[in-house]
Design a protein around this ligand. Sequence first.
Ligand SMILES: [Zn+2]
Length: 253
Amino acid sequence: MGSMRHTKAGRIFNQAGLIAVMAVLAAGCGKIQEKNFDGLACGSSDQFRSYMNPMDSTVIQTVSIDSAFSASEIRMIENAIASWNHEARLSIGHDIFRAQVLGVSAASIPKANQDCGFPGASGAFSIVKVSNSATWTALGFDQSNPGVTIRCARGVDYAEKQVVLINPSNMAGSLAGIFENVVLHELGHAIGMDHSCDPTNSGKQGFAGCNMPGTDPSYKEAVMFPFVNQNDIREDLRRNDQERSTCALNYRP
Ligand SMILES: [Zn+2]
């Protein structure tokens, strides 16, 4: 097609907030705008644009878990994968992820947050541990940002490749304990879900602002809500996550 790819980075930022420590998850930042995905006319109209190019759910995605994660981290990643597989069986009748643990090379890490030169395919992606702060900074992410999903897609197709990067060293102190919540959230981005509401609270058409009047309370209870709070850890999918993932998983270009 000769068209430029665009990346969408589903980011999690820690925000040392005034009230509680939160992580802001701002997706859609830093993308190269070409033919953007318009969203899905599915579910509530104020969420039509809360989607990115969906993952190809017609195949079981091979998810390579970086063997550099600790045993307990791998167990939490497998738990998050199992949560999404359970949901997929309910909504489309089969698993969407098949996990394997293996050594992931440094070449699997994009060189920048708009770099689509990393290896990948539409039916597989990696979850990579990146705890080196220089590597993280070179990607353009903040030191207080514990996870990111970098996705490459064009037009209205399925995402053509993606990679989830997790930085456990950015989950210390007051953000300890959020690991599985972060992975569960990033896998939602991998499926093609943007946040449940717009963290800028702008209330754009098709993408409700998180604190706009009239925003459905279920958007704020979702794993895909753009804030993570250590006092409200979410390790199970909520109604809004279930409804929107059913929309994303049933997408066919
Ligand atoms: Zn996010």
